[in-house]
Design a protein around this ligand. Structure first.
Ligand code: ADP
Length: 259
């Protein structure tokens, strides 16, 4: 008597490739790339096998943030091989393919093709892939939703009203696309003067938390405006790789994102 087939009736096969976590924002300049790099480094420090895709095709910044400028990705069997960084985070960015500083003026289909090449690189062994999206809700985001099926999205905003309105749009885009929003991060929240220690709020404070509550999505935490974060980003030595309160803050966020 024939045995029932276990291959057709059994549980679905585990999905291939790493779990994709997309990091988006409504506006540029809110710290999405900085957060993506630091989340990836914090996850690697926590022992997670993590890769980083810089999906900001027009304005890649991950090579600078991870200190991999000048490194070139190779190809193997038609797929890109990520470059290694000093932080245990392999990465792929347009900056690893093109000449540094070269302006890119591509239209939608080519942009989408570029994104897929980065996401479908040799991420062997990675369990999580952090994808740093460009700001807004354009071609790259749509390709991400439709072709890459992220497991979740993190939305970054400053506490400022204008940034929050756009962040709300980004949240809606992912939710409509069936991608769960893991939560909202408030960046540049509060500034401690390095001279007198007085704390001020250049972009306001608490706005992202209130917005997250209104939208019914989790609030993951806040990162203050700290000159050291900017300096370390520019130097290619991510804050999360070091010690101190901001490294701890990134670690706490990473724990929430990959819980
Ligand atoms: P986005 O990816 O949203 O465009 P970036 O990560 O490139 O933003 O950040 C924009 C600028 O702000 C960069 O110069 C970066 O170093 C700086 N920056 C980001 N977050 C912080 C922070 N928490 N404290 C200080 N500077 C920050």
């Amino acid at each position: 008597k024939a045995e029932p087939s276990t291959t057709t009736n059994g549980p679905a096969a585990a999905p291939k490739g790493p779990r994709i976590i997309a990091v988006g924002s409504g506006k540029g300049g809110v710290g999405k790339s900085t957060l993506s790099a630091n989340l990836a480094v914090a996850l690697a420090r926590m022992g997670r096998r993590v890769g980083l895709v810089d999906a900001d095709i027009y304005g890649p910044s991950q090579a600078r943030l991870l200190g991999t400028e000048g490194q070139r990705a190779t190809a193997h069997e038609g797929r890109l091989v990520p470059v290694e960084s000093r932080w245990g985070v392999p990465a792929l960015s347009m900056a690893h393919l093109s000449n540094a500083g070269q302006a890119i003026a591509w239209r939608g289909p080519k942009i989408s093709g570029a994104l897929l090449q980065l996401v479908e690189g040799h991420w062997d062994g990675a369990e999580v892939l952090i994808v740093d999206l460009p700001p807004g809700t354009g071609d790259v985001q749509l390709t991400m939703l439709q072709r890459c099926k992220p497991a979740g999205a993190v939305i970054v905003s400053t506490p400022q009203d204008l940034a929050l309105i756009d962040a709300t749009r980004a949240v809606e885009l992912f939710e409509k696309g069936g991608v769960p929003v893991i939560g909202v991060v408030e960046n540049m929240a509060g500034y401690a003067c390095p001279h007198c220690g007085e704390v001020s709020d250049p972009f306001g404070c608490g706005g992202a938390e209130a917005s997250a509550q209104e939208m019914g999505v989790p609030f993951l935490g806040r990162i203050p405006l700290d000159i050291a974060i900017r300096r370390e980003g520019d130097a290619g030595t991510p804050t999360a790789a070091g010690t101190g309160p901001q490294a701890d803050a990134f670690t706490a966020l990473a724990a929430g994102v990959a819980a």
